[in-house]
Design a protein around this ligand. Structure first.
Ligand code: IPD
Ligand code: CA
Ligand code: CA
Length: 291
């Protein structure tokens, strides 16, 4: 077995020193970095959550990205706080954040941030919103944190290590039939102008399931399916910051993800179907009915 060799180059591009590490040393270094990332992701989510909670007590400044798509000053404050922490501790990591604090220089690490998922709820003082932070390593989400500051609920998952709610393991529900299922969905901000608006699926599921909810926070919807409070979720036109953390929390809790036809899900694609696994096939059948 060859030990990996790490060399550093001087400013003329000539090898300066050659370090040889065995695999164990490299493994320990990677584990240590993940541990630091985990601690920071949780710290950042809690800090941003406190900003959201406090923001509910003051006057909100609201502006519009589109007809229905509003954004508050607190979305910005929350994102700034998260990004400041990442900049301090991991200034070389990539960032993809909904309100635009992106960093795109090459790095194997990418933080994917929704500083306030559920902004419409937030602006109306409807207490269902959260902070969502996912971390990709080499293009694969490895860690996810979703924090609901109103209920003080922190959902967390790390790949292959399970999913947790306030440090207690969570699992998806055991409901095996759509008829007995409580589902959830959402609608994109172009719902009033684009004919691909999800109303068709909403009607079909309403006729087949025990109930369908629309909560206004996709990240929490995924965590609620992950923790068995809901059985299935589908939505169109979500963004990576809506789904990065929640998708890992869901699969680590035993849930299943795909697009509407059962093909593998990507946080960069438009269709998301998430379930406890047991009703997944039935949900695909409903989604396929009207394509
Ligand atoms: C929205 C929420 C909502 C979903 C929308 C999202 P935002 O995110 O997750 O539940 O239906 O599609 O855009 O704008 O509140 O961060
Ligand atoms: Ca969102
Ligand atoms: Ca948002």
């Amino acid at each position: 077995m060859n030990a990996p060799i790490i060399s550093s180059l001087d400013r003329n591009g000539n090898p300066q020193k050659v370090f040889t590490f065995d695999r164990k040393t490299c493994y320990i270094a990677a584990m240590t970095e993940m541990k630091q990332i985990r601690a920071l992701a949780i710290r950042a989510a809690k800090k941003a959550g406190q900003i959201l909670k406090k923001g509910q007590q003051g006057e909100l400044k609201i502006s519009y990205k589109g007809d229905l798509n509003l954004v508050t000053n607190v979305d910005q404050l929350s994102e700034e706080a998260i990004v400041a922490l990442i900049n301090k501790h991991f200034p070389e990591h990539q960032i993809l954040a909904e309100e635009g604090h992106d960093r795109t220089e090459p790095s194997p690490f990418r933080w994917i941030i929704d500083p306030l998922d559920g902004t419409t709820n937030y602006a109306h003082h409807f207490p269902f919103f959260c902070v969502s932070i996912g971390v990709e390593v080499k293009g694969k989400v490895q860690l996810g944190v979703v924090f609901d500051p109103i209920r003080n609920e922190l959902f967390f998952a790390e790949r292959d290590k399970g999913a947790f709610l306030n440090e207690r393991p969570i699992r998806t529900s055991s409901i095996a039939h759509l008829r007995k299922s409580l589902l959830v969905t959402g609608f994109a901000y172009d719902v009033q102008t684009d004919p691909i608006n999800n109303f068709n699926h909403f009607i079909n599921f309403s006729m087949k399931a025990q109930g369908v909810r629309r909560t206004g926070s996709a990240a929490l919807d995924l965590c609620y399916v992950a923790s068995g409070r809901l059985d299935g979720f589908w939505e169109l036109k979500l963004h990576p910051w809506d789904t990065a953390a929640g998708s890992l929390i869901l699969t680590e809790a035993g849930g299943k993800l795909s697009d509407f036809s059962g093909k593998p899900f990507s946080i960069y694609d438009s269709e998301m179907l998430a379930s406890n696994g047991k009703i997944h096939r039935e949900m695909i059948d409903v989604l396929q009915k009207i394509r």
